[in-house]
Design a protein around this ligand. Structure first.
Ligand SMILES: [Zn+2]
Length: 408
């Protein structure tokens, strides 16, 4: 087993592990908050540290367009630019190119697209997307893939999956030739000059392993046998970890789970498995139980900005009139600073008044809830009690299913 990934405990198919990245250790199963443009909307970095966030996700597509990945490289890389000394994962930009931009031309070489910001023409390929991620300097970076649209027939899903495999080979080749160009590489063994207020670095454990880690991505649409083939061929190329991509793209949730179950047996036990773009609090527990190690989703942060809050009693919409005179905390079982200080009545008032603070406080609570859920998952795995926790989560989810759909 590598230095990078060490399994600590097993419980059924689930496991807890430690990812040892250049900037910090990450305990898994982990939920990674999404910091699209190098910020988790509305939440300052010190609050993320206080919440116990060990790894953040940032989007290459957005940073490539603004402020530009070369600008960030010149500023010392993403960690230094955003003053975040813990781990960062960047996606490859593939998903955003296909979902956000006015797609011009997809060909073997790469994708020509127009920026959703100003219509300017850009080009991303396995090589340029990998170069952009080396410039950003995240600890974990992703191969450039084609996110197969949904629905896609078998023939199209196969062509798309095969291109992703060829692109994965090109990403790996480029990465191996250029990985020394990462912006923080030159200070490994030394120190950077960012003043750290982060207590996690008191012992100066950072930069214990000094490479970025490139992950491959499994595609294959909603076809189990293509998922299997994609997994096998991606593993054959050889990556530090494997992601399951192209899910949570509008398909029914039972199908998402089916595809994850079709993929997992073909991924190596000794490497991290990352399920991209998932999910609700009960889904992240279910997938951790299946053996997924890493997940990310905009749901807790986006829902928070829409006044939708996840609690131990289920999901609630804070604008609801029944909270107008409710002096109690948002979630009596939550230990976050929002629940410790503010009432439901006040949070409802802030939200209904369109105050900025509503988004800030709601986001802090939802992230606290997600992170705490994963903490309980890890604890349950270590104690061998994951089934019991899973039943508790399932009954909670039944309670809240009557309260409306997720805004994903
Ligand atoms: Zn809370």
């Amino acid at each position: 087993m590598s230095d990078f990934f060490q399994i600590d405990a097993l419980c059924g198919s689930a496991r807890t592990s430690r990812l040892r990245t250049a900037h910090s250790d990450v305990e898994t199963p982990v939920f990674m908050p999404v910091g699209t443009v190098a910020t988790v909307k509305g939440v300052p970095q010190e609050t993320l540290e206080e919440l116990g966030v060990e790894i953040l996700l940032a989007n290459t597509y957005h940073l490539f367009l603004r402020p530009g990945t070369e600008t960030i490289r010149k500023l010392g890389g993403l960690h230094r630019f955003m003053s975040w000394e813990r781990a960062v994962l960047t996606d490859s930009g593939g998903y955003q190119v296909f979902s956000l931009s006015d797609l011009r031309k997809l060909r073997e070489e790469g994708v020509e697209f127009r920026s959703h910001l100003d219509g300017a023409l850009h080009f991303l390929s396995p090589e340029t997307a990998t170069a952009a991620q080396i410039a950003l300097g995240a600890d974990i970076i992703m191969a450039f893939d084609e996110c197969t649209e949904y629905p896609a027939d078998r023939e199209h899903a196969r062509e798309s999956m095969e291109m992703t495999v060829r692109w994965a080979e090109r990403c790996k080749r480029y990465f191996e030739e250029h990985k020394e160009e990462v912006p923080w590489k030159s200070v490994v063994g030394g120190r950077w000059s960012v003043a750290s207020s982060d207590p996690a670095f008191a012992n100066d454990q950072r930069l214990t392993t000094n490479d970025q880690h490139l992950f491959g991505i499994v595609q294959g649409g909603m076809h189990a046998e293509l998922r299997r083939e994609s997994a096998e061929r991606t593993v054959e190329i050889g990556f530090r970890g494997y992601a399951i991509g192209g899910l949570s793209v509008g398909e029914p949730r039972t199908l998402t789970r089916e595809m994850v179950e079709a993929t997992l047996p073909h991924l190596p036990q000794g490497a991290p498995r990352y399920l991209m773009g998932v999910g609700t609090p009960d889904e992240i527990v279910e997938y951790a139980a299946l053996g997924i190690d890493m997940m990310d989703c905009v749901l807790p942060t986006r829902a928070a900005r829409h006044g939708l809050l996840y609690t131990s009693e289920g999901k609630l919409a804070i604008k609801n009139a029944r909270f107008a005179q409710d002096d109690g905390p948002l979630d009596p079982r939550c230990g976050c600073r929002v629940c410790a200080r503010y009432s439901r009545a006040y949070l409802r008032h802030l939200y209904n008044s369109g105050e900025t603070l509503a988004a800030v406080l709601n986001t802090i609570h939802n992230l606290a809830f997600y992170l705490d859920t994963m903490r309980q998952v890890r604890q349950s795995i270590k104690l061998g009690h994951l089934e019991a926790f899973l039943s508790e989560v399932r009954s909670r989810s039944l309670n809240s299913s009557a309260q409306g759909e997720d805004p994903a």
